[in-house]
Design a protein around this ligand. Structure first.
Ligand code: UDP
Ligand code: MG
Length: 309
């Protein structure tokens, strides 16, 4: 019996993109006919006709399956749900907007079956068509997280990847509520091949990621994969202890030599503000970790299914 490939496709308000995507993926499926194909569409609480379109596809092609959430749970939850539903020996994760070029699928399959890789992942080598400021922030994020986290983060890495069943099972074992897939994929390890490609624009619809959403998402990544920020309070504390020790010595000497004129309150105010600020900042960081821990301890489900087929 031939091996099975499951394609997992998270969709949120993608009524225009799904039919185009389906046309394209079917072409690849015809070329790679040694594989048995399965398409797992995840409807992440769309407000448009996404679900109706999925059902239509399901009626005409029984290789199509879908899961529909009770509300929007986010792409991370959609990925988890899709991976859980997929039964293939290989699983391919793909966006529906064709920003993940289908022509790479054959290469991915070849690298896994003939070159002995467990996973073939992709990264964009350019960020063309993206606002300049967004690229700068992305660069800073990758620089920062790679310095403070033991998990490796590849700049420009996409979620577009093909994995062997063993790796998919490993990912499914990570049942954390705050999911940051880029980190999870890297954390589980395995032998990964990277394919590079030039950024492609969306075929239809629009991106779901505003600048702010991305910024918050990057903070979540840092909290999920590094505990270094928690050590900042200790570092600042040490630095301030050292500085104040020096200042005490300085002031004692100055008083002994020149007496004690009561000057210097503006500098005192500045120092209070500085230390107050640093303390607030450190408490804020603690709060972030506490909040995430709080959410994890609730053990809420990652997604809720309303309908599936
Ligand atoms: N997506 C999702 N849930 C969300 C946001 C996005 O399932 O809450 C899906 C979306 O339908 C698409 C993929 O995730 O298939 C990538 O989203 P998008 O193209 O908006 O992101 P970008 O490519 O701009 O990073
Ligand atoms: Mg996209």
């Amino acid at each position: 019996m031939s091996e099975k490939l499951s394609v997992v496709i998270p969709c949120y308000n993608e009524q225009d993109a799904i039919p185009i995507f389906y046309e394209e993926i079917i072409k690849v499926a015809i070329d790679l006919k040694e594989l048995e194909w399965e398409f797992v569409f995840v409807n992440d609480g769309s407000k448009d006709n996404t679900l109706a379109i999925m059902k239509k596809l399901r009626d005409k092609d029984e290789r199509v399956h879908f899961i529909s959430f009770s509300r929007n749970f986010g792409k991370e939850a959609a990925i988890y749900a899709g991976l859980k539903k997929a039964i293939g020996d290989y699983v391919l994760l793909m966006d529906v907007d064709l920003q993940d070029p289908p022509f790479l699928i054959a290469q991915m399959y070849h690298a896994i079956t003939s070159e002995g890789y467990d996973c073939v992942a992709t990264r964009r080598v350019t960020r063309e068509g993206e606002p300049f400021i967004r690229s700068i922030f992305a660069k800073c994020f990758y620089y920062l997280i790679n310095n403070i986290s033991k998990t490796e983060f590849v700049d420009g890495a996409r979620d577009f990847r093909m994995m062997k069943r063993q790796m998919v099972n490993a990912i499914l074992e990570l049942t954390e509520y705050n999911r940051f897939s880029k980190g999870i994929f890297s954390w589980v390890g395995f032998h990964v091949k990277w394919l590079e490609y030039v950024n492609v624009q969306r075929v239809a619809g629009e991106t779901k990621w505003s600048f702010w959403k991305l910024l918050i998402y990057s903070f979540e990544g840092i909290v999920a994969f590094s505990t270094t920020p928690l050590a900042l309070a200790s570092i600042f504390g040490l630095i301030f202890c050292f500085i104040s020790l020096l200042l005490i010595i300085l002031i004692v000497i100055r008083t002994l030599i020149w007496g004690d004129p009561t000057t210097g309150w503006p500098s005192l105010v500045c120092i209070f503000c500085l230390i107050g600020g640093v303390q607030m900042f450190c408490t804020g960081i603690l709060g972030q970790y506490l909040a995430k821990t709080y959410l994890e301890t609730k053990k809420r489900p990652i997604f809720i299914v309303k309908e599936e087929a």
